[in-house]
Design a protein around this ligand. Structure first.
Ligand code: FMN
Length: 208
């Protein structure tokens, strides 16, 4: 199949939440949710914190699979623990993947920018990879967090006038985090929507 990440809804410069699968030293498979930025139709960039199995496996093998799934259980289980081995098919691809692509590492570099709100710099490695195979099992778009935040923020906004003072402050705090993430990963339309909500909150006398 033609290698073009646009075919699974990935636009240049945008970040998508995927599940990366790799092979462990003992030949079992590992899965972890990882954000990947599409930097070209056949290139991605990811930033993975040191100490994860995923990073160790990628450094050792210099190849991995990126799985596109919208299955909350896969995201939850692979974040909080380990996916059972029967979740993996041939080559460690997720059986429930809607699409997947194989990546080969082009370069590994210490992270220099400090955009993560929790971790500090030098604790992560930036990985640039080439996509060498793309398989679409069913029509799908890779998941971007921006739109979810816009919908969630709008839902909160419709409750804003009914909320007490304390709850209003909580909504403003939620807005700030949603705004931060949307600026980082959202589409142009997601950002426009969040700017419009920001203005409305300002009109109500808040400083979001
Ligand atoms: C939606 C989502 C996106 C994530 N993105 C990243 C990421 O880009 N880089 C990273 O190091 N960890 C990321 N994580 C955290 C890892 O998935 C998590 O630390 C995981 O437990 C690592 O598992 P492993 O040790 O099996 O590799 C993300 C988690 C979630 C839920």
């Amino acid at each position: 199949m033609e290698i073009d990440l646009n075919l699974i809804g990935m636009e240049k410069g945008r970040q998508y939440e995927t599940v990366i699968t790799t092979e462990n030293c003992d030949n079992t498979y590992n899965a972890a949710p990882i954000g990947v930025i599409c930097s070209a139709p056949d290139k991605i960039v990811s930033r993975i914190f040191k100490g994860s199995h995923t990073l160790d496996n990628i450094i050792r093998q210099r190849e991995f699979y990126v799985n596109i799934t919208h299955d909350a259980e896969i995201f939850m289980t692979s974040t909080l623990g380990n996916l059972p081995q029967d979740s993996f098919g041939e080559d460690g691809i997720l059986k429930s993947a809607e699409a997947y692509f194989k990546c080969e590492v082009i370069s590994l570099k210490e992270a220099v920018k400090q955009s993560d709100p929790i971790k500090s710099k030098d604790e992560a490695i930036v990985i640039i990879s080439k996509v060498v195979e793309l398989v679409i099992i069913k029509n799908t778009n890779a998941f971007n967090r921006g739109f979810g935040y816009v919908v969630e923020t709008l839902a909160n906004f419709t409750r804003f006038d009914m909320a007490g003072e304390e709850q209003k402050k909580e909504y403003v705090d939620l807005f700030r985090e949603a705004y931060r993430v949307t600026r980082k990963v959202g589409t142009v339309n997601d950002k426009k929507a969040m700017d419009a909500i920001k203005k409305e909150l300002e009109n109500k006398g808040f400083k979001p």
